[in-house]
Ligand binder design. Structure first.
Ligand code: PGA
Length: 241
């Protein structure tokens, strides 16, 4: 099971001290089959990487530019740069970036560039509340998958993170039956080797027991709750209890 901490635009150098608990936990038996991945802001990737030197916690970026070449793109970084500082993962297609104009086409270019740089991609998909209420969830997810993964042949480095937009940061999660159906629907989109499927959106220690009932999920993408080591650890522990 994968547990991805998405720190978004939070954290500073002092936050690094809060990781001691997680490092200790990651070396204990309690981690069981949990794999931890931290995606801090770019400014902290190197410090996190150094901090995790003697443990198995992995690092990822939260986005990258679509070009795998260096170039005149003020304010951006590319997949190669992420890889070169120790990141093995990158989150792409997050709804907080889609809303700012990231199109399926752009996300596709980013995914292809990340795969080329040998990063594993946490590819976010999800419907808005309006789309859900008008019964469009499946068609939206189909479209995002189809265009996002266009020309991506090898799916083994792709993690699909199903994140309903209405669930992110709201405390609301889908009903178990609905979520199960959606996960099954996503799986049916793939032939042969399936990508791993994560759920994201308001995952916390209180609702994790309900979420772990969803069979065939490979893990969780955790925003707010992941900034607290205690909550993050609790989520992992409860997943295996
Ligand atoms: P949340 O964020 O857990 O705070 O809802 C999840 C995400 O946006 O990845």
């Amino acid at each position: 099971m994968y547990f991805v901490a998405n720190w978004k635009m939070f954290g500073n150098l002092k936050s690094i001290n809060t990781l001691d608990k997680v490092i200790k936990f990651s070396k204990s038996k309690e981690i069981k089959k949990g794999r931890l991945i931290y995606c801090p802001p770019y400014t902290l990737i190197t410090s996190f990487f150094k901090k995790f030197e003697n443990c198995l916690i992995d690092i990822g970026g939260q986005n990258c530019h679509e070009s795998d070449d260096y170039g005149a793109h003020t304010g951006f970084i590319n997949s190669r740069m992420l890889k070169s500082i120790g990141a093995n993962y990158v989150i792409l297609g997050h709804s907080e970036n889609r809303i700012k104009g990231e199109t399926d086409k752009l996300i596709n270019l980013k995914i292809r560039s990340a795969i080329k740089a040998k990063l594993k991609v946490i590819f976010c998909i999800g419907e808005t509340l309006k789309e859900k209420n008008s019964g469009k969830t499946n068609s939206i997810l189909s479209k995002q998958i189809k265009f996002g993964l266009d020309k991506v042949k090898k799916k083994s480095n792709i993690f699909i993170a199903y994140e309903p937009v209405w669930s992110i940061g709201t405390g609301k999660i889908p009903k178990s039956k609905e979520l199960q159906q959606t996960v099954e629907f996503i799986k049916k989109k793939f032939k042969g080797k399936l990508p791993k499927i994560l759920y994201g959106g308001s995952v916390n220690p209180k609702n994790i027991n309900d979420l772990t009932k969803i069979i065939s999920l490979d893990g969780f993408l955790i925003g707010g709750a992941s900034q607290s080591s205690k909550k993050f650890i609790d989520i992992v522990k409860k997943t295996f209890n």
